[in-house]
Design a protein around this ligand. Structure first.
Ligand SMILES: [Zn+2]
Length: 91
């Protein structure tokens, strides 16, 4: 009988293609982080760290939990938009 390494022992793959989003550890767990370059967004977002608006087209960071929260079927549903320096400070 052949012995095979269980695939369940491997870390979960990111939701998006590798290289597209990176994983960062925060106090409350792992987050996936995707930088958004200038001109990539067409609408304004509210930064949850400083409660200030991120202007349309401004470079910023999109972050979401690596694991879905309870009640959410997909982690991507809970994406948040941060100013780049706010994300760096946010814990
Ligand atoms: Zn901010």
């Amino acid at each position: 009988m052949a012995r095979r390494v269980s695939k369940h022992l491997r870390p979960a793959r990111p939701l998006l293609a590798s290289g597209f989003a990176r994983t960062e550890q925060r106090r409350d767990g792992a987050w996936l982080v995707q930088p958004m370059g200038t001109g990539r967004s067409a609408k304004a977002y509210l930064c949850p760290a400083c409660n200030q608006t991120i202007a349309p087209g401004a470079a910023h960071v999109v972050a979401w939990r690596a694991e879905p929260s309870i009640g959410s079927s997909r982690a991507v549903d809970a994406r948040r938009h941060f100013h780049t320096p706010c994300w760096a400070r946010w814990q």
